[in-house]
Design a protein around this ligand. Structure first.
Ligand code: ADP
Ligand code: MG
Length: 695
């Protein structure tokens, strides 16, 4: 089904020269895909480039820059014991020391024969007034110089992958790339001065100017538009497909809803009432529902979903709630159980853990209509899961599911009404462009009786005081998170920082301190989280690579280091991990002075409000001003290349473009349509292709 022209790109990464099975794991981590393909590496774009074009004389070299210098090797000073091996080299203006740790003497001497000329490239430092270069990136002779890329791409790395391996692999991937027919509208290509898809990728991996790989580069914009259009087109195709089939009207009599309301010890917020009204009106109408429910963590989305489900169940049909993880599915199930009992709703749970006869029994009951509401994970839409009459499906934390997973769930019944929920508020201006044509309900109001989280900014210079304060709280039985930021583009460096902080706190608090990070195996991670939840390690050091997703109501302290490096929305999400229980909670935003104007504004916004919607809007506005954040912290969820702060206008253009394409050529059969199918495949939106082929 996939056009053969794309096959070389979909081959496993191991089909590239020099990538053996041992490298699969680190590449899987780097590319965030269990079985990485050539394609995934192609979209792993360099985040910067080293310019080796300048050939300064040693006297002109600036310290702390990367330079390529032409030098004559004068002599070697071999290291003794732990001392490094030093090479003294010079040009006619100055001398430089080239330094190697832990490299066999004969190897270094072979690289630098005395009396010969070498071109040496790397970061130049100034030490005691002398120029130094520690472990040059490149050492070549006259002949090698010709092959040295003048502008060299720099990629983010992960443990077990050096810069050289990633660079060579990326070049191997680029060599697989064939020219493809243009899928953009020719007028648009001209207007934007976009080059062809394959050329743009080639040039990003073989930059000719450092500007080529800059965040705002035109090459990147082309690829961002590719990605955005693929996404919007998939959404538009799904939407038009869903609209082809008429919806069904599910109208309950209210008895179960009244029973549930009677069983909860509080009353619904106005925002919840309004959302439920909007949803039940959709359910009762005979057009198919596709609605987004947005609300901060703790705003009470689960209850809204349950009450909406009850309306469908009153009408004699079934409903399903899908959560992204096993833990969340079980949490939902546990919370819903007493309410379901009160209302006479027959509840079931299905995750990967349900197996054997119990699973068979559940599936039989589901197919016979003896279960009204099924809660679970991805397992819900696997083959073999047959509903008697599914009318309403809820997808919680929707950004963690792909379009095809939502579709698969929606295809488990005739004209299923779909509600997707997210705790990451997205500014109104972005909803349409990000989610496509969807209706939106919002829970802006929080349930009453929540104590606001005491949020403070503290300079890192006062670290000692913070540690003392945390120590006092721990002594009184508190639980605290300590978040270390992602600063570098390299996980190894980030991890080193977290581990250092862990050791530091451990020296102070001993066994009370736990550590959890993204490089741990899932079982280890669960263990570390469980130890925190149980209180064995009441202080948990964590990197943001992991999602501190488990609900630990006892946690009342959140320390975030280098808060100035985070996006507002992310800080808000992290802060939301505390303030869930009875105790008064504190969030300490540690910053490294001096704080820039924009960072100051961001952090104080967070002190002022805990309204996720306001924060998201502010975040967008501030980022729009060009605030530079680490790339990993500012992407759109599910997107590899497109960035909201840089490509907003493209987002809107892609949405309009997609709508036009679907109205003119809904089966993608024209010449441009066939090219667009390639695009959908390239960005893994091919479920949309399958949809039009089936229809
Ligand atoms: P969300 O899924 O939006 O993060 P939940 O649905 O998990 O939030 O609700 C968080 C907590 O708030 C739950 O313990 C829930 O029972 C409670 N809750 C929900 N609605 C209300 C309300 N109107 N008043 C008080 N508490 C509520
Ligand atoms: Mg929830």
């Amino acid at each position: 089904m996939r056009p053969a022209i794309l096959d070389p790109l979909f081959a496993p990464l191991t089909s590239l020269k020099g990538i053996g099975p041992k490298l699969v794991k680190p590449f899987a981590r780097l590319l965030d895909r269990a079985e990485p393909r050539v394609l995934d590496l192609l979209f792993h774009l360099p985040y910067s480039a080293i310019d080796r074009r300048a050939r300064p004389k040693l006297a002109e070299v600036q310290a702390d820059t990367i330079a390529t210098v032409q030098v004559t090797v004068e002599r070697h000073v071999p290291g003794r014991g732990r001392a490094p091996h030093r090479i003294i080299a010079a040009d006619d203006t100055n001398t430089i020391e080239i330094i190697y740790f832990n490299l066999p003497r004969d190897r270094v001497e072979k690289m630098f024969p005395v009396g010969e000329t070498r071109y040496v490239s790397g970061r130049v430092g100034l030490y005691d007034g002398r120029l130094q270069m520690v472990h040059p990136d490149r050492v070549v002779d006259e002949k090698g110089l010709a092959d040295l890329p003048l502008v060299e791409p720099v990629y983010s790395l992960t443990e077990g992958l050096g810069a050289g391996i990633v660079r060579r692999a990326a070049q191997g991937a680029v060599a697989r790339l064939r020219d493809l027919p243009e899928w953009f509208d020719p007028a648009f290509v001209k207007l934007r001065s976009f080059g062809p898809f394959a050329d743009s990728l080639r040039r990003l991996h073989h930059p000719q100017e450092p500007m080529d790989v800059a965040p705002a580069s035109g090459l990147r914009a082309r690829l961002a538009y590719d990605e955005l259009l693929a996404h919007q087109l998939a959404l538009a195709l799904v939407r038009s497909e869903m609209r082809r089939e008429p919806g069904r009207s599910s109208r309950g009599d209210g008895r179960m809803r009244r029973a549930i309301e009677g069983a909860i010890p509080f009353s619904l917020t106005n925002a919840q009432r309004k959302a439920i009204e909007e949803i039940t009106a959709d359910l009762a109408s005979d057009t198919r529902m596709l609605r987004l429910l947005q609300g901060d963590v703790g705003s009470g989305k689960t209850l809204v979903a349950l009450l909406a489900a009850a309306a469908v169940i009153e009408a004699g049909r079934q409903a399903a709630i899908m959560a992204p993880t096993e833990i969340l599915a079980r949490q939902h199930h546990a919370r819903i159980t007493p309410l379901a009992e009160a209302a006479g709703i027959r509840l079931g749970i299905l995750t990967g853990r349900e197996r054997g006869p119990a699973r068979e029994k559940l599936l039989d009951e589901l197919a016979a209509g003896e279960i009204d509401l099924l809660v679970g994970t991805h397992a819900l839409f696997q083959e073999g899961v047959e509903f008697h009459d599914l009318a309403f499906a809820v997808v919680d934390e929707q950004h963690r599911f792909g379009v095809h997973q939502r579709l698969a769930l929606a295809s488990k019944g005739p004209a299923v009404d779909l509600l997707v929920m997210t705790a990451t508020p997205i500014p109104r201006t972005l909803v349409l462009t990000y989610f496509g044509d969807m209706d939106v309900s919002e829970l802006r109001e929080k349930p009453a009786g929540r104590t606001p989280i005491d949020t403070r900014t503290v300079s890192l210079e006062r670290l000692d005081e913070v540690v003392e304060a945390v120590g006092r709280a721990l002594a009184e039985g508190a639980r605290a998170y300590w978040i270390c930021p992602l600063v570098e583009e390299s996980e190894i460096v980030d991890l080193a920082a977290a581990e250092e902080r862990f050791q530091y706190l451990r020296a102070r608090f001993g066994k009370k301190v736990g550590l959890v990070h993204g490089q741990m195996r899932p079982a280890e991670r669960d263990e570390a989280m469980a130890a925190f939840a149980e209180g064995t390690t009441p202080l948990l050091v964590a990197t943001t690579v992991i999602e501190v997703g488990v609900d630990v109501p006892e946690a009342t302290i959140m320390v975030i280091e280098q808060a100035e490096r985070f996006g507002l929305a992310q800080l808000h999400q992290l802060r939301g991990r505390v303030g869930r229980g009875q105790g008064r909670s504190t969030c300490l935003l540690l910053f490294k002075p001096p704080l820039g104007e924009s960072a100051k504004r961001r952090l104080s916004k967070l002190r002022e409000t805990d309204d996720g919607f306001l924060i998201a809007e502010e975040d967008l506005a501030l980022r729009g001003e060009g605030e530079v954040l680490g790339t990993r912290q500012s992407g759109l969820p599910g997107f590899k290349i497109a960035r909201p702060e840089l490509h907003r206008d493209l987002l809107e253009a892609a949405r309009k473009d997609a709508a036009l394409i679907v109205s003119r050529d809904p089966t993608l059969s024209s010449e441009r349509g066939r090219a667009l199918r390639l695009l959908l495949h390239l960005f893994d939106r091919d479920e949309a292709v399958r949809l039009i082929e089936a229809g």
